[in-house]
Ligand binder design. Structure first.
Ligand code: PLP
Length: 429
């Protein structure tokens, strides 16, 4: 087997450095994974607290079997009639509220958002879009242009004319922190639409209900409904990006937007949807689908193949059979309580937020100013890795410890993470 040094050297020759490597000074040469654990070339086991794509667990046998079995029988495209496509579209639609009942299948979250933009433009005939500061929606040209996380970040080219940015609705460290923060952030969305009306009118508002790249930011209660209403008042539709948080991860609900009782017009899905099998989906209303149906065929070669649908169906089956949404809720509450208890002893923990197994721990230099302590968060991530626990950081100050493990993550796993974090912080105090 190749050594880690050898792999790094060969990778540097043929893979662009714009693809990052985790733990650059001590990377992980992963060779296998199961459930919530990853194993390296020396057989060392790591507790995975960062990979949300293997949603029902790394290498889940039921999902693997469904994929292999369907691949051995039939794999073709949506121009043929086959049951898995229709079965899967019915199952997904049944999980959606209201009249979100028309499904398109693609290969990734980026492709799903890309298609969502096309649907919104077809329906509203407006090219502009409103996005939130800190948001990431995908890697294509159009999506980098609607991802402030990228265009305002390192190497970014700045805000394009057709995009307006509203502030991250962060009630802890954002621009509005008082009790009426929801109202203030909704007004900011309204203002963004007015700015769009004066330049390139916006046909869509795109929102991730708990913002991952912004630092696991949970908007204040009432924000989503108010922001959606503001968009609609300007003749725009709402795209809910559920690529990270969908499929029961937030524990209380199956979809992120449901936690605030909001109903979008277009929902985009990816990452966990196929437990690692490349799959993405867009679910919308018959009305919007009809606006898009203008004579031009939509075709996605690999989107919605029998194998992709078998993967998607198996994930939904496992979610039900293993009661994973409820499990995410229970373990998430335990994890949140554990980190909040740690905050009693460690002033650097300013805020613990999120829902289910999509949580963030905000490290601050000072609880008064709530200034970010990115250095501490990054140090902690490196120390955790040395102790066999994998986590990451994000947020504008790179100071938020992100927790989004595969859903089989247990209370014992949570206790291990909490105890280890407490010990490390005490060591550093
Ligand atoms: C919220 C959100 N939307 C969309 C995407 C794009 O998904 P993909 O990388 O699968 O194309 C990502 C990826 O990280 C994401 O976090």
């Amino acid at each position: 087997m190749a050594t880690t040094d050898d792999l790094l050297r060969r990778r540097a020759q043929h893979i662009s450095p714009s693809l990052s490597v985790l733990y650059r000074d001590d990377p992980i040469h992963a060779v296998s994974a199961r459930g919530q654990y990853i194993y390296d070339a020396d057989g060392v086991e790591y507790l995975d607290c960062m990979n949300n794509v293997p949603h029902v667990g790394h290498s889940h046998p039921k999902v693997n079997h469904a994929i292999a079995d369907q691949l051995a029988r039939l794999n073709t495209n949506t121009r043929f009639l086959y049951e898995p496509l229709v079965d899967y579209a019915e199952r997904l639609s049944a999980l959606m509220p209201g009249d979100l009942s028309v499904c398109f299948f693609v290969n990734s979250g980026s492709e799903a958002n890309e298609l969502a933009l096309r649907l919104a433009r077809a329906h509203t005939t407006k090219k502009g879009i409103v996005a939130l500061r800190g948001a990431y929606h995908g890697n294509t040209t159009s999506l980098v242009e609607v991802s402030p996380y990228k265009f305002e970040g390192r190497g970014g080219a700045g805000r394009p004319e057709h995009v307006q940015v509203a502030p991250t609705p962060d009630p802890y460290a954002g621009v509005h922190r008082d009790t009426d923060a929801a109202h203030a952030y909704i007004s900011e969305v309204d203002d963004a639409f007015f700015r769009a009306d004066a330049s390139v009118p916006a046909g869509a508002l795109i929102i991730e209900a708990i913002m991952g790249t912004a630092g696991q930011v949970e908007p204040p209660a009432g924000y989503l409904r108010g922001a959606y209403a503001a968009a609609r008042a300007h003749g725009a539709v709402v795209i809910a990006d559920e690529v990270q948080i969908g499929f029961g991860r937030i524990g209380t609900h199956f979809w992120g937007f449901e936690a605030q009782g909001a109903q979008p017009d277009i929902v985009t899905l990816g990452k966990p949807i196929g437990n690692g099998f490349p799959l993405g989906a867009v679910v919308t209303t018959p009305e919007i689908a009809e606006s898009f149906h203008n004579g031009m065929e939509f075709f996605c070669t690999f989107g919605g193949t029998p194998v992709a649908c078998a993967a998607g169906l198996a994930v939904l089956d496992v979610m039900e059979e293993e009661n994973l949404r409820q499990h995410a809720r229970d373990v998430g509450e335990h994890l949140t309580a554990g980190f909040r208890a740690l905050a009693d002893d460690h002033l650097a923990i300013g805020n613990v937020r999120g829902s289910g197994l999509f949580l963030g721990v905000d490290f601050v230099t000072d609880r008064g100013t709530r200034g970010p302590d990115g250095e501490l968060a990054r140090w902690l991530v490196m120390q955790l890795r040395r102790h066999g626990v994998l986590c990451s950081t994000d947020g504008p100050g790179d100071n938020v410890l992100k927790l989004k493990p595969p859903l089989p993550f247990t209370r014992d796993n949570a206790d291990r993470l909490i105890t280890l974090t407490g010990d490390l912080l005490t060591m550093r105090d």
